[in-house]
Design a protein around this ligand. Structure first.
Ligand SMILES: [Zn+2]
Length: 436
């Protein structure tokens, strides 16, 4: 069966039958698509060129797109315009947030400058004096540190604390430490990093109003050894109230809907190629290929705005406004971090019925670049799972090994992305969703 299409809108090249494409651009096997689907016809773009166009827009033209920033707005307006162009009804689901401007930080101890990084979303400060060193909750409880400069390490910096208003997961132990810090109200806080390999601050929270920065674990000994010498911490960042939005593009089929999502935001300093311009490119190409009316069920393509924002503000507003009737959704598919140069594309199931699982396994068996992996309970698919909606999460099998070393850093660039893997993933989704 050849799928209906509107001339001039989508390439007339998708067919729901097996077409083997040998060795095109290193891609061995496409289950449902013809070569022209990938390469384009005369004067028209193929899928790979379309993917490139969106990746370049997100990563190079726009760059870092933290929620609330001007770049973030550029990114969601771009997605909205593209989706409207494919015929979708586009909703801007707006919410309040903070636009945070990193200004850098410095810390002087005995005239020596210690390497450090301001925590994302921190308030600024310029504070001198003596350093109070605290390593456990007991010491913190007994301390008198009002307005003083504090260094937290040891037991207290074992793992990052969840932001105060983070709704999805927030252990009482975390809340207790934050409440105690706010009660003691130091002038500023330095954390020893929660990771030995990179700078991971104990607190990254736009609702936490004590200025804070993180130092490498290897500086801990030096700081403890010189705690009586005069120090000065300067943080130059600032916060501004802002608005941002999820972009929700709806087709017109029947409910329950099929949602396919990808987050558009990034951490502050990263161009966010793998995290997650790749996902945005995938849903845009999917939108163009499937159009608003091709599936029996209503298709909803969601560009989430807040996966890398401290309180997941976009996900929260989506849960409140769109998931009040979870029965409206048949399925949520979330795409985050696909197309890494190394390894394969990995999908995992959350509460998915056996029939759908075996259908996916059957399709992906034909595609060597895609495999099943163990479910991981992080990312925007959990927004659906938390409401009892079956979900599929798609990422790269090797992405977990580069989480803090590449992802969330300036190194997350297009050089580490293989766009053919993205095309392969889109081809798989087209075959699966058109036959659901
Ligand atoms: Zn991500």
């Amino acid at each position: 069966m050849i799928l209906a299409y509107k001339p001039g809108r989508v390439w007339p090249l998708l067919q729901v039958r097996m077409v083997r494409v040998k060795d095109f651009a290193g891609v061995k096997y496409y289950p449902t698509v013809k070569l022209k689907f990938l390469t384009g016809r005369k004067g028209k773009m193929g899928v790979i060129q379309e993917i490139d166009r969106h990746l370049e827009k997100m990563v190079i033209d726009i760059g870092p797109r933290p929620t609330g920033s001007k770049n973030n707005r550029k990114a969601y307006n771009y997605i909205g315009r593209e989706m409207a162009g494919y015929g979708f009804a586009v909703e801007k689901q707006e919410f309040d947030c903070i636009d945070w401007f990193p200004g850098g930080a410095s810390f002087l101890m005995e005239g020596r400058e210690i390497r450090l990084k301001e925590a994302d979303y921190t308030l600024p400060c310029n504070l001198g004096g003596k350093l109070h060193c605290i390593e456990n909750i007991e010491q913190l409880r007994k301390s008198d540190i009002q307005g003083e400069l504090v260094f937290l390490f040891g037991e207290l910096t074992r793992e990052p604390l969840m932001p105060k208003k983070f709704p999805f997961y927030n252990p009482p132990e975390h809340k207790r430490i934050i409440a105690l810090l706010e009660e003691k109200n130091p002038g500023a806080i330095l954390f020893a990093s929660c990771s030995k390999e990179s700078l991971v601050p104990l607190i990254e929270d736009g609702d936490f109003n004590i200025p804070c920065a993180v130092v490498p674990v290897k500086e801990q000994e030096y700081l403890l050894g010189n705690k009586n010498s005069p120090v000065r911490l300067v943080i130059k960042s600032s916060r501004k109230p802002a608005r941002a939005a999820n972009i929700i593009s709806r087709g017109w089929g029947e409910k329950p809907r099929i949602a396919v999502s990808a987050h558009l935001d990034t951490k502050p300093f990263t161009p966010g190629a793998l995290d997650n311009a790749v996902g945005v490119a995938a849903i845009l190409v999917l939108g163009k290929l499937l159009g608003p009316g091709r599936l029996k069920n209503q298709l909803e393509l969601i560009a989430f705005n807040g996966e890398d924002y401290f309180s997941n503000a976009g996900e929260v507003v989506f849960s409140e406004k769109s998931l009040s009737e979870p029965g409206d959704y048949l399925l949520g598919v979330n795409i985050d971090g696909i197309g890494y140069l190394e390894g394969q594309t990995g999908f995992s199931f959350f509460e998915l019925c056996e029939e759908k699982r075996s259908r996916i396994r059957k399709i992906t068996k034909k595609i060597p670049g895609i495999c099943e992996i163990a479910p991981w309970p992080q990312g925007d698919h959990m927004v659906f799972v938390g409401c009892g909606i079956p979900a599929v999460a798609i990422t790269s099998t090797q992405v977990f090994g580069i989480l803090e070393s590449v992802i969330h850093t300036p190194e997350d660039r297009l050089e580490i992305v293989d766009r053919k893997k993205i095309a392969e993933c889109v081809a798989f989704l087209v075959e699966w969703l058109t036959d659901l």
